[in-house]
Design a binder for this molecule. Structure first.
Ligand SMILES: Cc1ncc(COP(=O)(O)O)c(C=O)c1O
Length: 389
């Protein structure tokens, strides 16, 4: 690789830019994870994660990526052959469904067009029709990272309540937690699934499950095999601030720092900042004359924007040009969107000028690649960001 001056723009929708404060926090000697000093750290991050998830319930922390936290949610609550209702919101909804099937669950996978979130009316209709209560869980991806489309979790909960169905609600917040408003308790979620490398501004390597009382009760009779992912020994050790096996100690230092940063800014302000950057990004996309992938204005993601390119324009070649010329990484189109879309990540440790730099890189890339651009998206976004908050 040739030397490149200045800072790389990591504008994929996770892993996100890790702030210097977090990097410095991680760069400390690793301590004895069974010693007294560790328990203080453990208690602090376990408590802090409750605040971030907006819950009084325990939050389990695994040394894993988001995929591990997905698996933990399933294997702790379900038994072989259990029926699960899942949704084709995009690539990640599809992968979670594949995992559930591989674990021996019976998945009803509601098809989708990768431009809309979960339809609460479908949830209500499927659960109401299931008078025998054979569905044991409804699993929803809150923010589809492959598309930039969110699902309205409170509306899904209301639909479940109207049907009077006892299924558990499992929610993947891997690319929404600490970027978009998310309330584990108020929204009646049973298992929240999260990861460290997005809104929490950490490197990859931590996975989380917030666990409701109902989910804990389900875990007592759930029969899918589990050992590494078992909540029970985790919760027992966590009560003393420690972990049953070696935790990712240095990432926990980073987590303590990132929670401090998020709470100092205030979660409401964090969410407002992300929403404002997402809105300015959509303004830029519209000015360019391109299409935002999310088809419903009520379902726009605050953490990323999926951009659909005109037929015949290769999104991966455009991204490669932007990386080579402007040193910026953008998200690829995943699964069936490969080559058709690119994704702009605007989450985590981010501010107005970083967003404008990102949009300038995209605009310069579009011009250099010869994509017809109607007007300057950077100018349109700048005007929008110049307005008082
Ligand atoms: C919504 C969502 N779910 C699950 C995953 C899988 O997580 P990981 O790649 O950390 O295992 C991702 C990764 O980006 C994601 O965005």
């Amino acid at each position: 690789m040739t030397f490149r001056s200045g800072r790389h723009f990591l504008q994929i929708p996770g892993p996100t830019n890790v702030p210097d404060r977090v990097l410095r926090a991680i760069e400390r000697p690793t301590i004895d994870h069974r010693g007294p000093e560790f328990a203080d750290l453990g208690r602090e991050v376990l408590e802090g994660m409750k605040t971030v998830c907006q819950t009084a319930a325990p939050v389990v922390i695994f040394p894993c990526s988001g995929t591990g936290a997905w698996e933990a949610a399933l294997v702790n609550t379900l038994s072989p052959g259990d029926r699960v209702l899942m949704f084709e919101t995009g690539h990640f909804g599809t992968l979670w469904q594949e995992m559930a099937a591989a674990l021996g669950l019976q998945v009803d996978f509601v098809p989708g067009d990768w431009r809309h979130g979960v339809d609460p009316a479908v949830v209500e209709q499927r659960l109401t029709a299931d008078s025998e209560h054979t569905y044991k869980a409804v699993a929803v991806v809150h923010n589809e990272t492959s598309t930039g489309v969110t699902s309205r979790v409170p509306r899904v909960r209301e639909a479940m309540d109207r049907s009077g169905h006892p299924a558990l609600l499992l929610v993947d917040t891997i690319s929404s937690l600490a970027s978009m408003d998310y309330r584990h308790d108020e929204w009646g979620v049973d298992v929240t699934v999260a990861g460290s490398q997005k809104g929490l501004m950490l490197p990859p390597g931590l996975g989380f499950n917030a666990v409701s009382d109902k989910a804990r009760a389900a875990a007592e009779s759930a029969r899918l095999p589990r050992l590494y992912w078992d909540w029970q020994p985790m919760l027992a050790s966590n009560a003393r601030g420690v972990f049953p096996y070696t935790p990712a100690t240095n990432l926990l230092y980073g987590l303590r720092e990132s929670i401090d940063m998020l709470l100092s800014e205030g979660l409401k302000n964090v969410f407002a900042r992300h929403a404002r950057h997402a809105a300015a990004t959509r303004t830029a996309v519209q000015a360019w004359g391109l299409e935002v992938l999310c088809a419903d204005p009520g379902e726009h993601s605050s953490s990323l924007t999926g951009v659909l390119l005109p037929q015949g324009v290769d999104a991966d070649a455009l991204r490669a040009l932007i990386l080579a010329r402007f040193d910026m990484s953008l998200g690829a189109g995943l699964g069936k969107l490969k080559g058709r879309v690119f994704r702009i990540g605007h989450l985590g440790d981010f501010n107005d000028l970083m967003l404008l730099g990102t949009l300038a890189g995209v605009e310069a890339g579009l011009l250099a690649f010869g994509v017809p651009v109607a007007a300057s998206g950077v100018a349109a976004a700048t005007r929008q960001l110049a307005q008082p908050n």
